[in-house]
Write a protein that binds this ligand. Sequence first.
Ligand code: XMP
Length: 333
Amino acid sequence: MDNNRRPDSMARITTKELADAFIAEQVEAVRKQVGDKKVLLALSGGVDSSVVAALLIKAIGKQLVCVHVNHGLMRKNESENVIKLFKDELDANLIYVDATDRFLDLLAGVSEPEKKRKIIGAEFINVFADEARKLEDIDFLAQGTIYPDILESFKQAEGKKAVKSHHNVGGLPEDLKFELVEPIKLLFKDEVRVVGEALGLPHAMVYRQPFPGPGLGVRCLGAITRDRLHALREADAILREEFDICGLAEKVWQYFVVIPDIKSVGVKDESRYEGWPAIIRAVNTKDAMSATIEEIPYSVLHKITDRITHEVEGINRVLMDLTPKPIGTIEWE
Ligand code: XMP
């Protein structure tokens, strides 16, 4: 039997009871597969890798070694939250690597979107591989592969072309050979979330909006600079805070800020103040193949504009992107 194919008989995991049964089955399977050996996992803090981490901590505890790579393109407090949850609360064996300088140095002056994506994807593998080489006695690599990833690879094998090169963790170099542990590879995203909640992960983490592998790197348009990246991170945090406050976070599938590499003239403290515009994107979709624009009340937009322009150094305008997909993709790059 092809164990990458979901059997027709497999029930959809929609309840805590079904999730508990799945967890018990996978805990057993993982223990059987890895015995007393160690397993490595790249823990980004996204839903899939977090659920795999929680599942493996339950199955094999400290035999799991998690590596969290901060590529410097994370949202505000994201890495801190990963450390707080997994290291402090779940007592995971977690290695934190702050690789901000490695990534930002490589990206300096690079403005072409696909080139940026390739650099981020390749450097992620380099950093992770460097950490893996430092560790001894690792036989297994866990991955948060889910069923849509497998279906996507079937499609690509049939020669269908992607609009963007999606980059998360690609293949590791030849000298690093591990056997794969992929406990959620037959699950759809909604099932991963049900399993995550059953494992006791926080609701906000399990239901968090999708965040692309290249992170803020594809939202700081053109050649990334540290000051514009900082402004983006702060403005994005304000947007998320305000969406949480007014309940839009529950209604909108994905919402974020984009900052283009242009400046306009403004005025502050009676002086000329050139700054970047912050562009708000808030979309709803079922499968990310097409997307519609969510209506945001003007009062909310006014408050966000007011906060961003007053609290974030370097931003002097706030704009709203009203473009559906198609024709605009969800991300700008
Ligand atoms: P686009 O911009 O193609 O995005 O309309 C569709 C969805 O995919 C996310 N996205 C990515 N996710 N790695 C990811 O894991 C990536 O490289 C990547 N690029 C885009 C995007 O945020 C949206 O949800």
